[in-house]
Design a protein around this ligand. Structure first.
Ligand code: GDP
Ligand code: MG
Length: 186
């Protein structure tokens, strides 16, 4: 049975500024690419119709400025999203993604009465992603903020120390090599 109901999916693209969110959207929707960098202001969407199996689906793809400078668009941007595309730049990756320190903060717990994501659910997710430390925070009421940043600082320091120990020989080699041989064109 195939119901020919029109489907609209809201897809949001997230990622740091400069990783290529707008370029990916433009390539997908308009088949165009530009090397020029134009910072995205606020948020905007493009639509594209695609066939998924035998259904015609309209994708409404939302792009935004990566920085949180445009805070007012936050909730409107996320609300009603059906899926999220997370983009990063492979040239800007962490040295060692396996051990890169992360923490997840479930924020605004002062608004407990309207909570949608339970602590248990968030914790389970974090555990399933290799035991990412999870904190429930309130920036407003200063709940767990200190503890969260203390933890990330501690974990980041631990990484630094490990890298320092392992990287002593690398550092010596780097100092001696010619920078022009690095092949970096950026
Ligand atoms: P956004 O801030 O995430 O929206 O990033 P943009 O789409 O504006 O891209 C930032 C810069 O990276 C621009 O100069 C783009 O031309 C460039 N860029 C984006 N995607 C690619 C890509 O796949 N390859 C290369 N080489 N450059 C890219
Ligand atoms: Mg952009």
């Amino acid at each position: 049975m195939s119901t020919r109901k029109k489907v609209l999916l809201k897809i949001i693209i997230l990622g740091d500024s400069g990783v290529g969110k707008t370029s990916l959207m433009n390539q997908y929707v308009n088949k165009k690419f530009s090397n020029q960098y134009k910072a995205t202001i606020g948020a905007d969407f493009l639509t594209k119709e695609v066939m998924v199996d035998d259904k015609l689906v309209t994708l409404q793809i939302w792009d935004t400025a990566g920085q949180e400078r445009f805070q007012s668009l936050g909730v409107a941007f996320y609300r009603g999203a059906d899926a999220c595309v997370l983009v990063f730049d492979v040239n800007a990756g962490p040295r060692d993604p396996e051990t890169f320190p992360f923490i997840v903060l479930g924020n605004k717990i002062d608004l407990e009465s309207s909570r949608v994501v339970s602590q248990k659910r968030a914790q389970t997710w974090c555990q399933s992603k290799g035991n990412i430390p999870y904190f429930e925070t309130s920036a407003k009421e200063a709940i767990n903020v200190e503890q969260a940043f203390q933890t990330i600082a501690k974990n980041a320091m631990k990484e630094e120390e490990d890298v320092d120990l392992a990287g002593i020989t690398d550092a010596i080699q780097l100092d001696k090599s010619e920078p022009s041989q690095s092949g970096c064109s950026c």
